[in-house]
Design a binder for this molecule. Structure first.
Ligand code: UT7
Length: 329
């Protein structure tokens, strides 16, 4: 029998309505549109406004739309891997909350935390359950309500992040489509440069941690940039080399959207021409786990069956990785 691959058979996304522009940020912190645009490529990002709304509320419309597109019911989902850095609660897993909200009564699930590389790690992991024959319908969700952990008085971070969510359905394929190869890497010593100081078991929430703004994302941008710009490019090149793929063989490069300059460096390193590089950072900023599935969702209509896609990400941890995906429809 031919090898089973995990094919992406549907994709969908959701971004909240509220648009936070660079000009509005100028009223919150000492910054300007020119600086943000030239240093990051970002013009605006979406924010989930409203009491009682969390990351799972970004996922519900994304997943319900996906199920509708594929013409299946939530009860057919067997496993949900929810890649997120902003879970609704420390526990239970947002995967369980999502399953409850959409009526995925027969699914088990768990959250996967790998910061901005989460969706790559989740896709690589979800693919294993399909390839092994254990499951036939696996939902991989990548989403974050980053506005919940962004300090809108810190110009080093508030200009970058936005809220959004995307999801893909994985199903078995024996004709050579789907996740063909993946490389996932991490280096925990990088945690010094990008983390949330409090709220975990190391520093549980206290009045002091709140007063010291320790529940917000902390980033030393320059240090992260240095690692991101080489590692994301290198890992994308590595997955191409080991599958004997040249730049001309690639239909689409799907990079994590953290900084336009990092995306450009990855395109240069892999040799993929600019017209094949998927970029929506100008409209959504860095949605952390949401960036790659949102790109897949927005470009879905341009993909053709058999297209070679290279997905690549770098994020806190440090974590980084790349996937070679052959589009299945
Ligand atoms: O997705 C997860 C992984 N994260 C990333 O990949 C992010 C990687 N890092 C970056 O994208 C960039 O480092 C940033 C966009 C965060 C910052 O850009 P940068 O070019 O590294 O700027 P910088 O931090 O070196 O700051 C340069 C200057 C500084 O002023 P001086 O010291 O040169 O006078 C900053 O104080 O720009 C200043 N600055 C700003 N100015 C206006 C920093 N933030 C801002 C701002 N507006 N928002």
């Amino acid at each position: 029998m031919n090898k089973i691959h995990a094919a992406v058979t549907a994709v969908n996304g959701y971004v909240p309505d509220y648009v936070l522009t660079n000009h509005e940020l100028e009223t919150l912190v000492e910054t300007n549109d020119e600086w943000i645009t030239s240093r990051t490529g970002i013009k605006e990002r979406r924010i989930l406004k409203g009491e009682g709304l969390a990351t799972s509320d970004l996922a519900v419309p994304a997943v319900e739309g996906l199920l509708k597109k594929r013409g299946i019911s939530a009860e057919e989902i067997e496993l949900i891997i929810f890649c997120t850095t902003t879970p609704d609660m420390p526990f239970p897993a947002t995967a369980n909350i999502l399953a409850d909200k959409i009526g995925a009564k027969n699914a088990w699930g768990y959250d996967l935390q790998a910061a901005c590389s989460g969706f790559i790690f989740g896709l690589a992991t979800g693919a294993q359950f399909i390839e092994s024959g254990k499951h036939t319908k696996v939902l991989v969700v990548g989403g974050d309500k980053m506005s919940a952990i962004v300090n809108y008085k810190d110009r080093a971070t508030c200009i970058i992040f936005g809220d959004g969510c995307g999801a893909v359905l994985l199903e078995p394929d024996t004709e050579g489509y789907g996740v063909i190869d993946s490389i996932c890497k991490s280096d925990g010593s990088g945690r010094a440069f990008l983390h949330q100081k409090a709220g975990g078991s190391l520093r549980p929430a206290t009045h002091e941690t709140v007063d010291a703004n320790e529940h917000y994302a902390y980033q030393e941008g320059q240090a992260v940039f240095k690692f991101a710009v080489t590692n994301m490019a290198d890992v994308a090149a590595e997955v191409m080399e080991r599958n004997s793929l040249k730049a001309d063989d690639i239909a689409w490069l799907v990079p994590h959207q953290a900084n336009k300059r990092i995306i450009d460096a990855t395109a240069n390193r892999t040799g993929v021409s600019a017209d094949k590089v998927i970029i929506n950072i100008e409209r959504y900023g860095n949605t952390t786990n949401g960036t790659i599935p949102l790109c897949l969702w927005e470009w879905e209509s341009k993909f053709k069956k058999g297209d070679n896609l290279i997905l690549a990400a770098f994020g806190g941890g440090f974590t980084w990785g790349s996937i070679y995906l052959k589009w299945a429809y």
